[in-house]
Design a protein. Structure first.
Length: 327
């Protein structure tokens, strides 16, 4: 019996891989958007596009991990968690005078705390994830508005903090190289090479089977929601460094985009299957589509409708591929 390297997949399986399809789709959409807008391929526009993608990508990563954990896992609160975390960071930096860098660290911990509220109610109390995270979506969003009375906060343009959101390294925005890329690199490595990744897929496939091999299902699922909250807060840090203001509506509507990216990237809606590398490619698809439509001066309502169609199409594609999957 041969051990070591995994057996190669047949050529047909590799060609039909969701990630190959997404890579081709990115190129096709890029060509289409360059026809719709002559400004699309300008260097400045491409850099601004990746700045936007860094924020939504962090939310999509957190949502993907929660969905992979199975049992109907979903996190609808990521956009509101981003908004509230950004406001808390603004209060720390502006009202209390904390260093923006220290405020950023506290904010990520605060985001994990917000995620733990979801995790406790879902994993410990057994409440439906859809209802729990829909409730915290409204709760966190309302708190962000109440804490600022609908206004904005600052205090970030000092100690070089703006460089995180407004500078570039070798032409690539700093938040992409220093935040988004490392976050996905660590997550992809953990999914494919660590016990955490194996356990994640096991609980996503079957709670009972995972429990039989000694996995604390509820504890792991609780941690997934904490991770999602922390990543949403990290998105708030990046947003504050980019815009230099904390806004109570900063994450409004981002949950739809994050879920779209997760499902389009091949994360099975019932958990247990999917690749985070596919989510990264799906992020490129959604960012190219959204940014290109914006440059083409397509209205926000139409953009939202198109994004909804992409989500439905992704769900249908997932369903089709799961039926064709062996066994």
């Amino acid at each position: 019996m041969t051990t070591g390297a995994l057996p190669r997949r047949p050529l047909r399986d590799r060609v039909s891989d969701r990630r190959v399809f997404l890579a081709v789709l990115v190129v096709a959409l890029g060509a289409l958007m360059s026809l719709l807008s002559p400004y699309f391929l300008e260097v400045g526009n491409l850099l601004a596009m990746t700045q936007y993608g860094a924020v939504i990508g962090l939310l999509a990563l957190g949502v993907s991990l929660v969905i992979l954990g199975g049992r109907g896992g979903i996190d609808l609160s990521v956009g509101s968690a981003l908004s509230l975390s950004g406001i808390v960071m603004g209060l720390l930096a502006q009202n209390l005078g904390l260093s923006p860098w220290l405020a950023a660290l506290v904010t990520v911990a605060f985001g994990a705390l917000l995620g733990s509220v979801n995790g406790f109610m879902v994993a410990r109390l057994g409440l439906p994830p859809l209802i729990v995270t829909l409730s915290t979506l409204f709760l966190y969003g309302a708190l962000a508005q109440v804490l600022t009375d609908g206004g904005q906060l600052g205090g970030f343009n000092r100690e070089g903090f703006a460089a995180l959101g407004q500078s570039a390294i070798l032409g690539v925005p700093a938040q992409v190289l220093l935040v988004l890329a490392p976050a996905f690199a660590v997550a992809i490595w953990a999914q494919n090479r660590t016990a955490f990744g194996r356990r994640l897929h096991q609980i996503g496939t079957s709670d009972r089977a995972a429990a039989l091999v000694g996995i604390d299902v509820n504890q792991l699922r609780f941690r997934l929601y904490c991770l999602s909250g922390a990543l949403a807060a990290l998105g708030a840090v990046v947003t504050n460094a980019w815009l230099l203001t904390a806004r109570p509506s900063a994450g409004l509507g981002m949950e739809l985009q994050a879920i779209t990216i997760a499902v389009l990237g091949g994360i099975h809606i019932f958990g247990g299957r999917g690749h985070l590398s596919g989510v990264l490619l799906a992020l490129a698809v959604v960012v190219v589509l959204s940014w290109g439509l914006q440059l083409a001066q397509v209205g926000n309502s139409v953009q939202t409708g198109i994004l909804g169609l992409v989500l439905v199409g992704a769900a249908l594609l997932n369903n089709l591929l799961s039926r064709r999957a062996p066994g």
